[in-house]
Ligand binder design. Structure first.
Ligand code: M6R
Length: 661
């Protein structure tokens, strides 16, 4: 997740861009950069000093030339280190085309190779940069490659008036009035730059919100989106604006529109016009904005935790992007550990803490079942002290959202010291673990601000499934039909997660019944056990309710003594292996007077008949079920905490990243 803002038609463009970046920093802060356009060409400044990036950019911008149009970007790295040369905006070979991008160019490597072979000089390691070079090529093909020549595109840019660029223009020409004009009757008649961007994007697979500025027409911005969001705005004074999200435009734009998937927009002073994939004019969707700045940064959600729960389908989909291949294989191109090395592995040792540890427990089941490789899972803080048996045939997998948790970092180092291969699953590019491990598999959840891990946990589960399938395939442990079935099932997971997320209202009603519970017991078996552990951890950390999770079969060996009338039991009772045995355990606690809440698959009345309340989820493959089944447990914890009036984003005594032993 990155943040984008662009503006044209305001003499204070620099200030508005910098203000917008500050408001978009919740989307990432690895680096910041901007480009300003003037008849003299493009002027660029970039900084990649982590949380200081924006301040450093601001200092550089003190020397900026006067300009009324520009684009800016704040980055959350996914491809390439968070360095200045990878910071946006990216330029083409001539420095005449500037691009800011949020998303993932899935075929970025392939395009880089093709562009390099064609003589392009790629200056960064990012997937995004290819967009600038593709636009460069398309401009040249349209005979408009030389920005020093005639005004390309021939589009008349009227100050404050409608613009004749073919789209349906939303003008701000008459005071207070909306003028629509310039619609070109459905034909593709946009500017040269819009045409070049459309043809460039036709070569791209993946997701994007992209804004382009060109020295040949410096007061025009062209934007387009697929999956990644973009909003458009017009100010009272006629400035046209575009941004990843509403907060960047608050107080600047007075009217807002949303760009839908596969739509593009042209922005010139005084007007915005929108077009579809073939360049045909389309009417943009108006957006009524009533939020203040703080509400807007949370996307209208009450807090970051609920926003991040809602972002989970996207986090999972982005983590799969480019890794579930059309040829039926799970690919890990970027991992830096070759297939021969993975074939030589005879044991996997997973190390992690908290929610990441729970993801590791699910991964054990998947790797052992699909790849037939033995897997040990350790709480990272215990790992090195048990003197684990590791050698060069062991693959140590560290799982960490932050990549900085010192216990996990030390465990990975310990593995490396004993000659093991090390692979890290993490969400923060260039974190300490990512730098030190032999290989990295990034989750692509974007920054997570709430202390409770939600979307990063699901993204870890998604990444670990890809790893498990990849191991299975390189080791020949999984037949083609099975792999194909699993890949198809994985592809459906984002939608299933979205279905589960959408049921928050029903879960919150159940949460209300648990708000005064003193102790809550979570039960699960097989894949349901790590889900139960995660549900209990969420409830403990944000609602301060004592919650313990047990593998349900273990109940009779002691914990059942705690069950008495009024005790609350939450069991993960979806149709995964051992469902029947789990239900027998549920009967045991029910008969002792416990209030029973069950996570059950849609339509499973048999399971529901044993419950006082049901948290419904759609069914999926058993080993993939944790990504869906955990959602109502996150919402349950959230609901209890909110019912108790607690701050869900900043629970007491906890830090987002634990860098002390
Ligand atoms: O950044 P990490 O994934 O290494 O963090 C591990 C734990 O500290 C983390 O999962 C913690 O348990 C969360 N607060 C859980 O919601």
């Amino acid at each position: 997740m990155c943040g984008i803002i662009g503006i044209t038609g305001d003499g204070e463009a620099v200030e508005i861009l910098l203000e917008g970046l500050a408001r978009l920093e919740y989307r990432g802060y690895d680096s910041a950069g901007l480009v300003l356009g003037s008849p003299d060409g493009l002027w660029r400044a970039r900084a990649a000093t982590g949380t200081r990036s924006l301040g450093d950019l601001r200092k550089q911008a003190e020397g900026a030339p006067g300009a009324c149009a520009g684009v800016a970007h704040t980055r959350w790295a996914t491809h390439g280190h968070p360095t200045e040369h990878n910071a946006h905006p990216h330029l083409d070979c001539s420095g005449a085309v500037a691009v800011v991008h949020n998303g993932i160019v899935e075929n970025g490597q392939e395009l880089r190779r093709r562009l390099a072979a064609a003589g392009h000089r790629l200056a960064s390691d990012t997937d995004s940069e290819v967009l600038a070079h593709l636009v460069e090529e398309e401009l040249a093909a349209a005979g408009a490659g030389d920005p020093g020549g005639d005004t390309p595109g021939g589009a008349a840019i009227g100050a404050g008036g409608g613009v004749t660029t073919g789209g349906e223009a939303i003008g701000a020409g008459s005071p207070g009035g909306v003028t629509t004009g310039g619609a070109a009757g459905g034909a593709a008649a946009g500017s040269v730059l819009a045409g070049a961007l459309r043809r460039a994007l036709a070569q791209v697979r993946g997701s994007y919100a992209v804004v382009v500025q060109w020295a040949g027409d410096p007061e025009r911005l062209v934007a387009a989106r697929r999956v990644s969001p973009l909003v458009l705005g017009l100010s009272a004074g006629g400035a046209a604006l575009v941004a990843s999200d509403v907060p960047a435009l608050l107080g600047r734009a007075e009217r807002f529109w949303v760009l839908d998937d596969d739509q593009g927009a042209e922005l010139v002073p005084g007007a915005v016009s929108c077009f579809g994939t073939a360049g045909e004019p389309v009417a943009p969707r108006a957006l009524a904005v009533t939020w203040d700045l703080e509400q807007a940064q949370k996307g209208g959600f009450a807090d970051f935790m609920s926003k991040e729960i809602a972002e989970q389908p996207q986090a999972v989909a982005d983590t799969f992007l480019g890794r579930l291949r059309a040829d039926g294989t799970a690919g890990l191109d970027e991992v830096r550990i070759g297939e021969d090395a993975l074939r030589a592995v005879d044991k996997v040792a997973v190390v992690a803490c908290g929610s990441s540890y729970h993801a590791g427990l699910v991964a054990k089941l998947a790797i052992e079942h699909w790849a037939r490789l033995p897997v040990e899972v350790d709480i990272a803080s215990e790992f090195r002290y048990r003197d684990p048996v590791l050698d060069e045939r062991t693959l140590v997998v560290g799982i960490s959202q932050s990549g900085e948790t010192v216990d996990t970092l030390q465990a990975v180092r310990h593995g490396r010291g004993l000659g093991a291969r090390t692979l890290v699953i993490c969400n923060v590019v260039d974190s300490s673990m990512a730098r030190e491990a032999d290989g990295v598999l990034y989750t692509r959840a974007g920054p997570e601000i709430g202390v409770a891990a939600t979307k990063t946990h699901l993204a870890q589960l998604a990444a670990l499934d890809v790893l498990a399938l990849h191991l299975a395939q390189v080791r020949g442990a999984l037949g083609g039909p099975d792999a194909g079935r699993l890949l198809a099932a994985l592809g459906r997971v984002p939608d299933l997660v979205a279905e589960a997320v959408a049921r928050a209202g029903a879960v919150l009603e159940v949460a209300d019944r648990l708000r005064s519970a003193r102790d809550v017991f979570f039960l699960g078996r097989h894949v349901g056990y790590p889900v139960a552990l995660e549900g209990a951890l969420k409830l403990k950390e944000i609602s301060y309710v004592r919650a313990e999770a047990y593998p349900a079969g273990e109940l009779k060996h002691g914990p059942i003594a705690l069950i008495e009338p009024g005790a609350a039991v939450v069991a993960v009772a979806t149709r995964t292996p051992l469902w029947e045995k789990l239900m027998a355990n549920v009967e045991e606690v029910r008969s002792r007077g416990a209030t029973v809440v069950l996570v059950a698959n849609d339509g499973d009345d048999e399971t529901a008949s044993l419950a006082d309340a049901v948290l419904w989820v759609p069914p999926t493959e058993p080993l993939l079920a944790p990504m869906v089944d955990v959602v109502p447990l996150q919402q349950l914890a959230y609901g209890v905490a909110r019912a108790k009036g607690l701050d869900v984003d900043r629970p007491r005594n906890l830090a987002k990243t634990v860098t002390v032993e």
